[in-house]
Design a protein around this ligand. Structure first.
Ligand code: HEM
Length: 400
């Protein structure tokens, strides 16, 4: 998420001198090689993790510059020795004990959403599970854990998805402009929240980061990443899990998913075959070796963490492979879905727990439902994927 030419961001994607339809990244799929890349942060820097996949046009950049939008490297894209200390401050908000203690609250929110969804289904005859059960609980839980006010949730959801498209999608100039306005609104909202939070009573993430010595632009940068990564990725994992269960392509069926074991097993399966974050990026600041291969300085690497259409397109449809359908090429199961090494995801436990609880409570409250549209449109960005909607109707046996 580094849009401005003045940012201290490293290289833009290698899009110059490429034939149309050619992937600009060195794609690494072999799990052992992926692990090697992730465990050599000096040779393979995360400095490009948040760089816009599609270079932004002048008008879109101007919209962002007008609100002084800047994302200096602090956490996910920080390749300096300040990373460890900042990570420690953030990690205190997501310790295993804190996450485990949050389970009853997650279940309460999930049950409430599932009960409302059942009523909506009775009333309207159909309901979109993405909006009804997947969207809001992860956002509420994240804000509560960070000690931040739970407000403006509908805006937060829209801004998160828009920013994912702006920085990880392939928007044309007109769409970039719309998305840049959304990102600018998000940033202005965030800066207000940061200034309010650093002087608020009680513990919250932004105050802890200010006490650690971070400037306001650095806190905003971290907040911008975390308020998206900390909830929209989980919404997307829940959406894919619900979709595959209802489609009948998951190892468990809908009835089995209503049990704790059934739900947990299905979530693990979807994570390894089709996670919401199926790829991530690194860049080689200087020439180095990867196995026997010489990697020239400036090479941008796309690592595969889970099944997807980007590194394994289902049809040979060139670059970018962005058809919005449900087909996916699963990769073999391996434990890299949350990354590995010093940048490994800080929300892994929380994301798995939330997804399992929400899937379980939804399956328990809505027995016998069916997918209305198995051809649902999919979000297919470079590093994010999920069905946009999972609309369901009552199944024949469940209709009264
Ligand atoms: C299904 C949901 C999620 C998936 C698939 C996911 C995946 C990832 C991946 C692949 C990375 C990059 C790891 C690397 O570079 O080695 C990452 C980083 C990160 N994630 Fe997640 N994530 C999810 C949810 C969350 C949640 C719920 C939170 C917090 C509440 C979170 C916080 C973070 C943070 C802070 C980082 C950067 C860590 C660092 O650079 O030190 N993520 N995540």
């Amino acid at each position: 998420m580094n849009p401005a030419p003045t940012d201290p961001a490293p290289a833009q994607p290698q899009t110059e001198n490429l034939a149309p339809g050619q992937c600009p990244y060195l794609v690494v799929r072999d799990p052992e090689t992926v692990r090697d890349v992730l465990h050599r942060p000096t040779d393979f820097s995360p400095g490009n993790a948040l760089v816009a996949v599609t270079p932004l046009s002048g008008p879109a950049l101007r919209v962002l510059q007008r609100v002084r939008f800047a994302l200096p490297p602090v956490l996910a894209s920080n390749d300096t020795d300040t990373h460890a200390g900042i990570r420690k401050v953030v990690a205190r908000f997501f310790t295993p004990a804190t996450v485990a203690a949050m389970e009853p609250r997650i279940r309460e929110l999930a049950r409430e959403a599932a009960a409302n969804t059942a009523q909506q289904l009775d009333r309207a005859g159909h309901v979109d599970l993405v909006q009804a059960v997947a969207a809001f609980t992860p956002a509420v839980v994240m804000l509560e854990l960070l000690g931040l006010p739970v407000r403006d949730l509908a805006d937060l959801k829209r801004w998160g998805l828009d920013s994912m498209e702006l920085f990880w999608g392939w928007p044309d100039e007109a769409r970039q402009l719309e998305l840049a306005h959304s990102a600018a609104d998000f940033y202005v909202w965030l800066r207000r929240l940061v200034s309010e939070s650093v002087s608020a009573h009680g513990r919250n993430l932004f105050k802890s980061l200010a006490d650690h010595g971070l400037s306001t632009p650095e806190i905003c940068s971290l907040g911008y990443f975390l308020l998206i990564a900390g909830q929209e990725t989980t919404t997307q994992l829940i959406s894919t899990t619900l979709f595959r269960l209802l489609e009948g392509s998951a190892p468990s069926n809908w009835t089995a998913a209503a049990s704790e074991t059934g739900a947990r097993t299905t979530v693990k399966h979807v994570l390894t075959t089709e996670s919401s974050v199926p790829t991530w990026r690194r860049i080689a600041p200087q020439g180095t070796l990867l196995g026997d291969a010489l990697i020239p300085a400036g090479t941008e690497i796309l690592i595969e963490l889970s099944g997807n259409r980007i590194t394994r397109p289902a049809e040979p449809d060139g670059w970018p492979p962005q058809t919005h359908t449900a087909t996916v090429r699963p990769s073999t199961a391996y434990g890299l879905v949350f990354g590995s090494g010093i940048h490994r995801c800080l929300g892994a436990k929380l994301a798995e727990l939330e997804t399992a609880v929400i899937v379980q409570e939804t399956a328990a409250a809505l027995p016998g439902i069916q997918l209305q549209d198995p051809e649902s449109e999919w979000i297919r960005f470079l590093s994010f994927q999920a069905p946009r909607t999972v609309t369901v109707v009552k199944g024949r046996s469940a209709r009264s």
